[in-house]
Design a binder for this molecule. Structure first.
Ligand code: UDP
Ligand code: MG
Length: 310
C-alpha cells in the first residue's frame, strides 16, 4: 500500500530536519517489513516567515520520499492540513496527518497502518495524558471538549489532528465543500469504521507553540460556530424565560395594585421592561432559527456517504 504523510509547518525550521530524519527511518523500516510499498512525505509550508521552505527544499533534494507545498501566506493549521489532504486524494491508499514538532509519536504511525490493514478506515491518535501541557492549556482544552459535548458536537477527547484516513474516508471528506474547517469534527461525521491509537505526548522538540492564545480562541469559536446552532437556540430560550417572568410579574403587579401597595408608573414600567425584553430576545431567537437553517444549507454538506456498493 501507498502512504501519504501530511505535515503542516509554520515557522518550523528548527524541527523539520529531526522530524524528517525520524519519519524517514520509520518509513524505511515499514517498507522493509512490506507494510508499505511506497510513501510520500508532504510538508505544507503554511506561509512561514523563517527558513522553513529552504529546509523543505533541502530535504526534498536529498530524499526520494519528500515533497513540499508552499502556501503563499499563513492560512492556519486547518487550512494547511486541508491543502495537504487535497493533494493526497486519489494518490494514496491512506494518509496520515501529523504535527511537525514531534509532539505526536511518530512510531504510532505503524500502529495506525496495522489498524488500517485490519479494516479501519479512520484511526485517531489520542493522547494518554496532558502532562506536557501548561495548566492553562489543559484547563481550556478540557472545558472546550465539555462545552462542545453540551452543544451536541461529537468529538474524541484528547484527539488533535494526528490521524489516519483511508482512501474512501479521504475521498468522502474532500466532498465537504465548507470553508470554515474544523477537521476533528468533520471526520466524526463520516461514519466509517474507526478506532483509536493511544500515544504519550512529548514536549515540543524545539521552538514555541504556533498556536497563540488568539489562534486558539479563533479555533474554538470556529469549532462551535461551524458545528452547532445551539447558541442561537439559547437566545430563544432566554427570551421565553423572560416572557415567563413577565407573566409572573403581571400577576404580582395586579395583586400589588389592587392592594394599593404601588406608586404611580411602577407597575407599567416594570411589566413592559420584562415583556418587551422577552419579546425582543424571543424574536431574535426565531430569526436565529432561520439563520441556522440558512447556515446548514450554505454548508452544502453531503447528505449521505456511501461506504460500499456491490
Ligand atoms: N501550524 C500551521 N499553521 C499555523 C499554526 C500552526 O501549519 O498557523 C502547524 C505547526 O507548524 C504544527 C502544527 O500546526 O506542525 C501544530 O502547531 P503547534 O505545535 O504550534 O500547536 P500546539 O501543539 O502547541 O497546539
Ligand atoms: Mg505542537
Amino acid at each position: 500500500m501507498k502512504l501519504n504523510v501530511v505535515i503542516p509547518c509554520y515557522n518550523e525550521e528548527e524541527v523539520l530536519r529531526e522530524t524528517n530524519c525520524q519519519l524517514t527511518e520509520l518509513v524505511d523500516s515499514m517498507i522493509k517489513e512490506n507494510l508499505l510499498t511506497e510513501c510520500d512525505i508532504l510538508y505544507v509550508d503554511d506561509g512561514s516567515n523563517d527558513k522553513t521552505w529552504n529546509v523543505i527544499e533541502e530535504l526534498q533534494a536529498r530524499s526520494p520520499y519528500v515533497h513540499g507545498l508552499k502556501l503563499a501566506h499563513n492560512v492556519g493549521h486547518q487550512n494547511a492540513l486541508w491543502a495537504g489532504l487535497e493533494q493526497s486524494v486519489g494518490r494514496c491508499d491512506a494518509v496520515v496527518t501529523i504535527d511537525a514538532d514531534l509532539q505526536h509519536d511518530i512510531q504510532k504511525i505503524r500502529d495506525m497502518i496495522l489498524a488500517y490493514q485490519d479494516g479501519y478506515e479512520i484511526v485517531y491518535g489520542v493522547r494518554n495524558t496532558r502532562a506536557t501541557d501548561s495548566k492553562f492549556k489543559k484547563q481550556t482544552a478540557l472545558a472546550f471538549y465539555k462545552m462542545m459535548r453540551k452543544m451536541g458536537v461529537d468529538l474524541i477527547p484528547n484527539h488533535a489532528d494526528f490521524r489516519l484516513l483511508g482512501k474512501s474516508a479521504l475521498q468522502a471528506l474532500s466532498d465537504f465543500p465548507e470553508r470554515n474547517l474544523f477537521l476533528r469534527g468533520m471526520v466524526r461525521l463520516l461514519g466509517f469504521k474507526e478506532t483509536n491509537v493511544y500515544f504519550d505526548c512529548n514536549e515540543r522538540f524545539a521552538g514555541k507553540s504556533k498556536y497563540t492564545p488568539k489562534k486558539m480562541f479563533a479555533f474554538a469559536m470556529d469549532g462551535i460556530t461551524s458545528f452547532s446552532v445551539q447558541p442561537l437556540r439559547i437566545i430563544t430560550l432566554i427570551g421565553l424565560l423572560c416572557l415567563g417572568i413577565s407573566i409572573a410579574e403581571i400577576i404580582y403587579i395586579l395583586v400589588a395594585y389592587f392592594q394599593g401597595r404601588t406608586i404611580q408608573g411602577w407597575a407599567s414600567l416594570l411589566f413592559s421592561m420584562w415583556f418587551l425584553g422577552g419579546l425582543l430576545l424571543f424574536s431574535i431567537g426565531v430569526v436565529g432559527e432561520y439563520i441556522g437553517k440558512i447556515y446548514k444549507e450554505v454548508k452544502r454538506r453531503p447528505r449521505y456517504i456511501i461506504e460500499k456498493q456491490i
